[in-house]
Design a protein. Structure first.
Length: 586
């Protein structure tokens, strides 16, 4: 909370003309002590940290979990004699919110909350910003009254409410008018790449900004018989953004192909590419894939924000004991470690976090990827290219002649790659890779099916991480949940009689989470760690006996167990834990 989480400041409240009048001077720390929010000792400790870090006092208190942002906002509202407005519990009217331009809303940390007839109720995260208050009053051309809101809630509301749906639909109609009444074949002419104000460019920019703002992971452009459907994937779920005239589709696809350097004349075969765009002054990589369908080319774009930073292993959500064992595992000088799971389960995040931990000036790391999703400083990254026969196996052979300590292979796709990788792991290299299997214990069987010799696998495989993503309950509408008989029976599989005593939660749905009850996703993990007993069983026994033995060693350490643990911790719902675990058990 920018100014509100601050130092000594002047606050204005009451007033005759603008709703603000005589300034009141106070110190935030003294106010919080006076209100009984924090103790004098806590204030003194926070002030010491503030001097050392240079951060604002309120931020130190919030990040130190001494007090919540909402409690600080309530205390300031009480001091000023104005209401505190909890945005988590209010469903704001987008039309009322839109009265204040988005640029001003973000600049002054403000939202128009209500139209009260003679005046507007405006929520501000920093009620000391008198200049901002005056600018807002001038922009709205109406008297305004003040309410205090928590800044994190306000930013989330701005991202949610200032959507570009109408703008996108309007730009699509403008593009449709430019195309005329007949279908246009752009394959031979293209669009002028320098025409930044062309409707197609404006439309794509609005789509990218809207998707980035609401944290969508993918953009789907899908031609139908009479319309073009644009959908976003948010927290693993598909959401319809807009539907426009089908004639817009070819122009969008053409422009995207030009941006990606793809063959604009080829419409019969799938193509893959990537390009970079600037969104809100941030560099964002877009990974694009086209596919011919019945009514035209479909496009899916994965959004890869380069500024988001790579999570380290301590922050990816792996259980503590598993994390300790995994960190020891990746410190081996040779051997093979695999991460398994379906597409979009966070495998790349786990592998990149592992590389970030291992990256050091005295370590040579080479990655072979399709495509390179994030640029890693200090690491040699190679992108495969089937068009010039630059395959995983070919690059891997060459990589071993460059004397690496650690090799990351994006995916074990075929027998040749798997066999070369296993031999590399046996000859003094640490090999990290991914594989598509249902769980950890079935991974050795999959490698054997790919032609990896049993004796090589038993001596090189260090371990397997399997993972999925579960949706996280929205904190703004988190509510206690009483499990039904089916949920209770499922919990008993892991908890036994303790299932009856479990405290569970769900999200009832609120404006902050678009009424979904969820906000974000977290990973659940299981790990098969090879030891002497398992290695001997893998080498001497048939794969069925090995799998049975491996399952006995993983009891309580499975993804289902981790899903239950997240449900008990109030991070996800029991229904979501069941949904993901059912996919694993099938």
């Amino acid at each position: 909370m920018a100014g509100m989480l601050a130092r000594s400041t002047y606050i204005a409240a009451g007033g005759e003309d603008s709703g603000m009048g005589k300034a009141q001077k106070y110190r935030l720390g003294e106010l919080l002590v006076q209100e009984g929010v924090i103790s004098q000792a806590q204030l003194e400790e926070a002030l010491t940290q503030q001097k050392q870090s240079g951060r604002k006092l309120g931020r130190v208190l919030v990040e130190g979990r001494i007090v919540t942002e909402e409690r600080i906002a309530t205390a300031i509202a009480n001091q000023l004699g104005v209401p505190y407005f909890d945005l988590r519990e209010k469903d704001l009217d987008p039309a009322i919110v839109a009265l204040l331009p988005e640029t001003m809303a973000r600049r002054f940390r403000a939202l128009v909350l209500l139209d009260e007839g003679r005046q507007y109720l405006v929520g501000m995260a920093d009620p000391s910003d008198i200049f901002g208050f005056d600018e807002i009053a001038r922009a709205l051309k109406k008297d305004i009254s003040l309410a205090v809101v928590a800044e994190s809630q306000l930013i989330a509301s701005i991202d949610r409410l200032y959507r570009r749906t109408e703008e996108i639909s309007g730009l699509a109609r403008e593009l449709q008018r430019d195309l005329g009444n007949s279908y246009v074949d752009f394959s031979g002419q293209g669009l002028d790449a320098t025409t930044e104000d062309a409707p197609v460019v404006k439309l794509l920019q609005s789509i990218f900004e809207d998707a980035y703002q609401i944290k969508a992971s993918d953009i789907h452009i899908e031609p139908q018989e009479r319309k073009l459907q644009i959908r976003f994937r948010i927290d693993g779920e598909m959401h319809l953004q807009t539907e426009v005239d089908s004639r817009v589709g070819p122009a969008l696809v053409l422009r995207l192909k030009l941006m990606s350097g793809l063959d604009i004349s080829e419409k019969r075969l799938p193509q893959d590419g990537r390009f970079n765009v600037k969104i809100k002054q941030q560099s964002v990589d877009i990974r694009l894939s086209t596919m011919p369908t019945q009514y035209g080319e479909s496009v899916v774009m994965r959004i890869l924000a380069q500024n988001s930073g790579l999570l380290d292993l301590a922050r990816i959500g792996m259980p503590e004991l598993m994390l300790e064992r995994y960190q020891k595992m990746i410190r081996h000088s040779y051997g093979m470690i695999l991460v398994t799971g379906p597409t979009g389960s966070g495998k790349t995040t786990t592998l990149y976090a592992s590389l970030a931990t291992l990256n050091a000036p005295n370590t040579k790391i080479i990655t072979i990827e399709d495509p390179v999703e994030y640029r890693l400083p200090g690491i040699s990254q190679v992108q495969v290219n089937d068009k010039i026969e630059l395959s995983f196996s070919r690059v891997l052979r060459s990589t071993l002649r460059h004397d690496p300590d650690i090799v990351l292979v994006g995916e074990m796709l075929d027998q040749e790659t798997a066999q070369i990788g296993v031999r590399a792991a046996m000859t003094g290299h640490l090999l990290l890779s991914t594989l598509h299997t249902n769980d950890a214990v079935s991974t050795p069987a999959r490698l054997l099916d790919m032609g990896v010799p049993q004796y090589l696998l038993s001596t090189t495989l260090l371990g397997v991480i399997a993972q999925r993503l579960v949706r996280v309950i929205c904190e703004s509408c988190k509510t206690p949940h009483v499990p039904d008989p089916m949920e209770l029976n499922w919990l008993r599989l892991e908890l036994g009689d303790r299932a009856q005593e479990a405290s569970l939660w769900y999200g009832r749905g609120c404006p902050q989470c678009n009424m979904s009850g969820f906000a974000g996703r977290e990973a659940i993990y299981e790990m098969l760690e090879m030891n002497a007993t398992l290695a001997e069983a893998l080498n001497r026994s048939n794969i069925s006996d090995f799998t049975k033995l491996a399952r006995t060693q993983m009891l309580g350490k499975t993804m289902r167990a981790h899903a239950v643990a997240r449900a008990l911790a109030g991070q996800t719902t029991v229904q979501e834990a069941m949904r993901v675990s059912t996919q694993i058990d099938e």
